[in-house]
Design a protein around this ligand. Structure first.
Ligand code: ADP
Ligand code: MG
Length: 250
């Protein structure tokens, strides 16, 4: 139990179902501050279900096991309560929000987490923070003026998610298939942005979900896990991928 309390995230024997169908079958995972973990696994192995369960999506029912985050069990907390504790999920398919400029959405997201805390910012202070992040990540400044995700390219949507992560500075960021649908150049840019954020936030941890081995080269994670049929069947360093048939993850 002491270990659970010291890790940032500690998942113990997590079993999850959706509509009476078992999807996660006993996941154990521990993540400490500053670590980057990658989860790989074929389609349908449960990667997105795991990330949505961590974030508290109501559709996923925990049947057994515990999720500890920052020393407390968060099994029954709502998504916004988890966000306040420092959990962030970058969505695989972020939705379009007509009439709400990206910078306004980012401001709202920031306020929801940090209002009435020592990180609360006045509008001009927030705008400074946003400007700084836009510069650091080399994001086109026009992007934050546009209606959120409306008419964004696949790559721009991912950049908006990355920018949100940079602004919110979560303790643990989960990135689900952040590379999906991107070409090699765009993947390189996204990974460079993630690496920039890793440098800026040395105590933050990252859980990157992908089935693209190329991400391992760009991100050089501390740990790699292979998921199959709702379980983590193997964990190791980036070297693990060399032993694995990347098409089958057998
Ligand atoms: P991955 O992200 O690794 O591709 P998923 O977590 O999306 O895997 O899916 C794991 C399993 O859960 C699959 O068998 C999938 O069909 C099922 N599943 C996921 N989401 C739902 C849902 N909303 N309704 C029904 N089944 C689901
Ligand atoms: Mg998925």
């Amino acid at each position: 139990m002491a270990i659970s309390m010291n890790s940032l995230l500690s998942v113990k024997n997590l079993k999850v179902s959706i509509d009476d169908k078992n999807i996660l079958n006993g996941i154990d995972l521990q993540i400490n501050p500053g670590e980057t973990h990658v989860i790989m696994g074929q389609n349908g192995s449960g990667k997105s279900s795991f990330s949505l369960t961590l974030m508290g999506h109501p559709r996923y029912h925990i049947q057994e096991g515990q999720i500890y985050f920052c020393g407390q069990i968060i099994n029954t907390l709502k998504p916004n309560e988890r966000a306040k504790l420092g959990l962030f999920l970058a969505l695989q398919n972020p939705s379009e929000i007509e009439g709400v400029p990206l910078k306004q959405l980012l401001r709202q997201a920031y306020n929801q987490i940090y209002d009435n805390t020592e990180k609360q910012l006045r509008l001009n202070e927030f705008n400074k923070l946003l400007e700084q992040k836009v510069q650091e990540l080399k994001v086109d400044p026009n992007l934050v003026e546009r209606a959120t995700n409306v008419g964004f390219s696949g790559g721009e949507k991912k950049k908006a998610e990355i920018l949100q992560m940079a602004v919110l500075q979560p303790k643990l960021a989960i990135l689900d298939e952040i590379d999906s649908g991107l070409d090699l150049d765009a993947i390189k840019i996204i990974c460079a942005q993630i690496n920039q954020i890793r440098q800026n936030q040395k105590d933050s941890a990252f859980l990157v979900i992908t089935h693209n081995p190329r991400l391992l080269e760009h991100l050089r994670p501390d740990f790699v896990h292979i998921m199959k049929a709702g379980k983590i069947i193997k964990s190791g360093s980036s070297e693990l991928i060399k032993d694995i048939d990347i098409h089958g993850f057998e």
